[in-house]
Design a protein around this ligand. Structure first.
Ligand code: NAD
Length: 241
């Protein structure tokens, strides 16, 4: 079956969480489609796949500002932002430690905001751009043990919609994908029973891979999605259908 292969030749993209999983798949697909890609992560992968890596903690506003300034100094512009950095600290809410609550909110929501704010300033000045956030179906429903994570991803969905409203008049589109359970480092350590429950929830009878999420992200970034903003696309094999 054919694949959608948009061209990003001459365009500059930043991908957070580019060292692993969904962010890594997105960064390498963008690079393969001609974009100049800067990956922001705490760790660099062994094979950088044509991506220029920066050591960035997205929850640290100064770290974000410094790295984005480096990209702009090198490239002179920013066309696309993909926010895939994220963490989980799962535990029943009545046992959740303060650090487990705040670290998940700091990375998944505040980190996304620091990145968005800097990108919005640049893109507003340039008159356009496209942004995709990686949310989760667990930001759209309740999930046992994920009060912190679900709150962060529900917040990210709200941030996506508010940003789409504020930035649309300047030609900047802001969308999100909401993956179901995807085979990455984040889910590899989950007990088999949890994975089996997720498979049973799907209509397609399987978990997705990072490349199925990154192809939806590339679509949303591309001109093929020129009239789409404030949208949340589930990539979940039907887990929420
Ligand atoms: P992953 O663990 O493979 O990759 C996450 C990346 O984010 C890692 O490289 C990690 O180093 C980086 N990161 C973590 N904290 C960071 C920080 N403070 N600053 C910069 N980088 C940081 O996980 P993944 O499964 O690829 O997840 C990517 C995104 O997709 C996350 O936002 C996650 O919440 C979301 N998501 C994943 C699934 C899934 O089932 N895997 C489902 C729904 C949503």
């Amino acid at each position: 079956m054919g694949r959608l292969t948009p061209s990003f030749t001459g365009e500059v993209a930043i991908v957070t969480g580019a060292g692993s999983g969904i962010g890594r798949s997105t960064a390498s697909a963008l690079a393969a489609s001609g974009a100049c890609v800067h990956g922001f992560d705490l760790h660099f992968p062994d094979d950088e796949c044509g991506v220029r890596f920066h050591e960035v903690d997205v929850s640290n506003r100064e770290s974000v500002r410094k790295a984005i300034a480096e990209v702009v100094e090198e490239e002179g512009k920013l066309d696309h932002l993909v926010q895939a950095a994220g963490i989980v600290r799962d535990r029943a809410l009545w046992k959740l430690e303060p650090e487990e609550w705040s670290s998940v909110l700091d990375v998944n929501l505040s980190g996304a905001f620091w990145m968005l704010q800097e990108a919005a300033r640049l893109m507003r000045g340039a008159g356009g751009g496209s942004i995709v956030h990686v949310a989760s179906i667990n930001g759209m429903r309740g999930k046992f043990g994920q009060a912190n994570y679900a709150a962060s991803k529900a917040g990210l969905i709200g941030l996506t919609r508010a940003a789409a409203r504020e930035l649309g008049p300047k030609g900047i589109r802001v969308n999100a994908v909401a993956p179901g359970m995807i085979e990455t480092a984040m889910t590899a350590a989950l007990p088999e029973a949890v994975r089996a429950k997720a498979v049973a929830e799907t209509s397609l009878g399987r978990l997705g891979g990072p490349e199925q999420v990154s192809s939806a992200i590339l679509f949303l970034l591309s001109d093929a999605a020129a009239h789409i903003t404030g949208e949340i696309i589930r990539v979940d094999g039907g887990q929420m259908s």
